[in-house]
Design a protein around this ligand. Structure first.
Ligand code: CTP
Ligand code: MG
Length: 397
């Protein structure tokens, strides 16, 4: 039986942006999910260990919950280096794992054939790694950038993952590396230093590691995905088209409640009634954000029936929703909102609301507009029975 470990706990520094690249979409699916689904197709793999950042455990859990074609898995927390992440993953190996595969979550284009070949060879030789012949000439250089040696290209391969090993061999190699404080850039190098031979398995050039934005573009063309490129932009600055969302909410005005709009408390004889703090403006914005990302609505994520949300600060809910949409690869372009209230006069508080919302969402307050209107005494808002709010957002990706 084979267990596959997926290091996914990096910081995606070279990708830039503020989201771990494993959550980015490739075609219609996140990089992580695509990777895990391919491994789940192998009949010999019966368990997946996904190593993630501590603050991304919930997001990964949600993502994996959404897929129904995955082998049984465990999510574990990683470390500051890839090697430490895998070392943590190894602590959770099930007893029946005879062969262990390690595969970068950031290599979503791996083929089932290469996975199977690596498993076969690991079983036969103890250790086996996917690689392709080197296409470029490689030079050794010194500290002053002078060439010291040109190794013959025909003897060079470019190493990828998966890398597969017999259980005891890999555990021993990781133990020894920890003892010697050795940090390698792949798993095989840890096994090589305890003296075992590693077999090279012919992989394919498509199995790239998504490292920089160009890699993502390359992967998109490799799978035949055509993002809608804006014609007159150079290819490196293309982005997917933005998504628009709208939200609407109403709360009743009653006595003995605070009036909170845009996370700002407004002095008034009445306040909005509701299970939470009844911040109707934030609720409309939340629904607009969720709407743009097609992620449902506020009631679905924070049900009235859940005691946990009683009296909750809607600013906190907004923050949670913002995290959610970021994980799905979106950033907020701008927000425009209108509060409909006959009374009190809101003009003196508008700027404060914009600044507060900008603070919560960590975007420029110029990207958040809040307006207020009366309805000239007409309808339930005009009669002062309640306050409603509309919001529109643009999400970029
Ligand atoms: N990885 C990990 N734990 C770390 C560092 C990396 O699990 N401490 C994972 C990454 O999530 C990735 C794989 O190892 O799936 C290969 O690493 P790399 O491509 O370097 O990803 P990042 O470290 O996230 O990117 P960068 O080096 O640009 O920050
Ligand atoms: Mg890295």
């Amino acid at each position: 039986m084979v267990t596959a470990i997926f290091p996914a706990a990096g910081s995606s520094r070279r990708m830039g942006g503020d989201i771990n690249k494993i959550f980015l979409e490739l075609g219609s699916e996140s990089i992580l999910l695509r990777t895990l689904k391919t491994f789940s197709k192998s009949p010999r793999i019966n368990f997946l260990i996904v190593v993630v950042n501590e603050n991304e455990v919930d997001a990964v859990q949600k993502l994996l919950d959404s897929a129904d074609d995955l082998k049984p898995y465990k999510i574990v927390v990683g470390g500051s280096e890839r090697q430490y992440s895998i070392a943590n993953g190894l602590k959770f190996l099930p007893d029946d794992a005879e062969i262990v595969l390690v595969h970068d979550a950031a290599r979503p284009l791996i083929s089932l054939k290469v996975i199977e070949d690596v498993i076969d060879a690991a079983k036969k030789f103890g250790g086996a790694i996917a690689a392709v012949p080197e296409k470029n000439t490689i030079k050794f250089i010194d500290a002053e950038n002078f060439v010291t040696y040109t190794p013959p290209r025909s003897k060079l391969v470019q190493v990828q993952t998966p890398q597969g090993f017999q259980r005891e061999l890999l555990l021993k190699a990781y133990e020894q590396a920890a003892q010697d404080n050795f940090l390698g850039t792949d798993d095989s190098s840890l096994v090589e230093r305890i003296g075992d031979r590693i077999k090279i398995i012919q992989s394919d050039y498509r199995n790239i590691k998504i490292t920089t934005p160009e890699d993502l573009q390359m992967a998109e063309s490799l799978i035949g995905f055509k993002p809608q490129v804006t014609e007159n932009l150079p290819p490196t600055t293309y982005s997917l088209p933005p998504k628009i969302g709208m939200g609407y909410d109403v709360h009743r005005l009653v006595a003995n409640r605070k009036l909170i709009l845009g996370n700002v408390e407004i002095p008034y004889s009445l306040g909005l009634d509701g299970h939470s703090d009844a911040d109707v403006l934030i609720h409309a914005i939340i629904d607009a954000l969720l709407g743009a990302a097609a992620l449902g609505d506020i009631g679905q994520h924070f049900p009235d029936s859940d005691a946990k949300y009683k009296g909750v600060d809607s600013g906190e809910l907004l923050q949670k929703v913002h995290e959610m949409i970021k994980i799905h690869g979106y950033t907020i372009g701008n927000i425009d909102a209108t509060i409909v209230a006959q009374k009190p006069k809101l003009a003196p508080y508008i700027l404060k609301m914009r600044v507060r919302l900008a603070e919560i969402l960590q975007i420029d307050s110029n990207s958040i507009s809040v307006k207020a209107t009366t309805t000239e005494g007409l309808g339930f808002t005009g009669e002062g029975l309640g306050i409603s709010a509309y919001a529109t957002v643009l999400l970029e990706r």
